[in-house]
Ligand binder design. Structure first.
Ligand SMILES: NC(=O)c1ccc[n+]([C@@H]2O[C@H](COP(=O)([O-])OP(=O)(O)OC[C@H]3O[C@@H](n4cnc5c(N)ncnc54)[C@H](O)[C@@H]3O)[C@@H](O)[C@H]2O)c1
Length: 351
């Protein structure tokens, strides 16, 4: 157990800033270094967050005894290489999702984590969001009866289109953002996705070749729950957010604080209809949308207690990546794919 953990951030972009905003000033954290291939970004992050030094090459910190934890917040295609280098040097890792831009890379990632002595947490940030944790507990406690339908939409108005265009070269939105919601569906039900299909299109004319910037997934879980998910990143679409969890005796709808018509100061709004009593409830939850410090504390817990079971586990991550890439395959080939209920490998792709 340490009083202070030395952190190195690799990737000084949007999500790198979101991590540091929430952790740089904490008593038990020291920002040892910040890294970006873009030297100006690294230099400015070092100044802003009081890092002791900066570099354009993460390998400069691999032998640094002060560096306990690496946060990997670079482009998806680079996560695996950086992870392997970190765990080879005994560094603990908090890695952004998706762990890789292919299923093969994702499986290599989870296999490396399983055989590592270091502790590795993947950034499924909704696992550390108090509203989502509350809904998970409510559903597991029977608040909506048997889950039947989960409806989720996460559309981004791509103000910074060049950043989104670049991310599209690695993964489409239903994979990049989809991993969060595939994980939520499986986490809330305790069940596994066993069937996927979907559709996609390009909204904008200049989407990178081979990708698509709008997609919908239809999935069926092993317990019979239906899960549908819509995700797009476009200059031509409004931001949209729908999270609704429907069971055979009730529903819970999550309205984020920023989307409430009033009472933003009360936090997120959970509308709960209890079909057993016929009562409607309003639950306010003060929740941090991206609870980066809570997520880092999860990793610290894993480091300090080798028996601690993390949220998510690496099995959850593997499962999520298998479903996300199966959904991408289903969309691209216009097929309905069935997944083995234990391994979640694609077992057939009939019409
Ligand atoms: N958890 C979430 O909610 C969430 C949200 C957004 C993005 N992400 C994920 O975070 C990752 C980064 O996305 P972003 O939106 O921050 O992108 P971004 O373009 O804003 O930032 C990425 C940064 O990484 C740097 N970089 C790339 N390769 C590097 C390398 N080898 N070494 C050092 N620096 C390198 C780039 O120069 C850039 O500054 C992606 O995997 C994305 O899917 C997660």
């Amino acid at each position: 157990m340490k009083d202070r953990y030395g952190v190195v951030l690799v990737g000084c972009g949007y999500i790198g800033a979101t991590h540091l905003d929430d952790i740089y000033y904490r008593d038990n954290v020291k920002i040892v270094g910040v890294v970006d291939v873009n030297e100006d970004s690294a230099r400015l992050f070092a100044r802003k967050y009081g890092a002791e030094s900066w570099s354009s090459d993460y390998r400069d910190y691999l032998e640094n005894a002060e560096a306990d934890i690496f946060i990997i917040a670079t482009y998806t295609e680079t996560h695996l290489e950086i992870l392997k280098a970190c765990i080879a040097c005994g560094k603990h890792v908090l890695c952004e999702k998706p762990v890789a831009d292919t299923l093969e890379g994702s499986l290599e990632f989870v296999s490396a984590v399983r055989s590592a002595e270091s502790r590795v947490l993947v950034g499924h940030i909704l696992r550390h969001n108090d509203s989502y944790k509350r809904i998970a507990a409510m559903i597991k406690g029977g608040a909506i009866g048997k889950p039947r339908v989960f409806r989720m939409v996460q559309n981004h108005n791509a103000v910074n289109w060049e950043r989104y265009r670049h991310l599209l070269t690695f993964c489409p939105p239903i994979v990049d953002c989809g991993v969060h919601y595939i994980d939520v569906a499986q986490w809330f039900t305790g069940s596994k996705i066993v069937q996927v299909s979907g559709i996609s299109t390009n909204i904008d004319a200049d989407v990178p070749e081979g990708s698509y910037n709008y997609g919908m997934i239809n999935a069926v879980l092993d317990d019979g729950t239906i899960f549908n998910y819509e995700s797009g990143w476009s200059k031509n679409m409004m931001a949209g957010n729908l999270k609704e969890f429907i069971g055979d005796s009730g529903y819970i709808k999550l309205v984020l604080a920023c989307d409430r018509s009033d009472g933003h100061e009360l936090g997120d709004l959970l509308r709960w209809y209890d079909g057993k009593t016929g009562e409607h409830h309003i639950i306010n939850v003060k929740s941090i949308y991206k609870n980066m410090y809570g997520q880092l504390l999860e990793l610290i817990h894993m480091i300090e207690d080798p028996e601690y079971v993390s949220s998510p586990t690496i099995d959850d991550v593997e499962s999520t990546m298998r479903v996300a890439f199966a959904a991408d395959m289903a969309v691209r080939s216009n097929r309905v794919l069935h997944l083995d209920r234990n391994t979640q490998e694609v077992i057939d792709g009939g019409k």
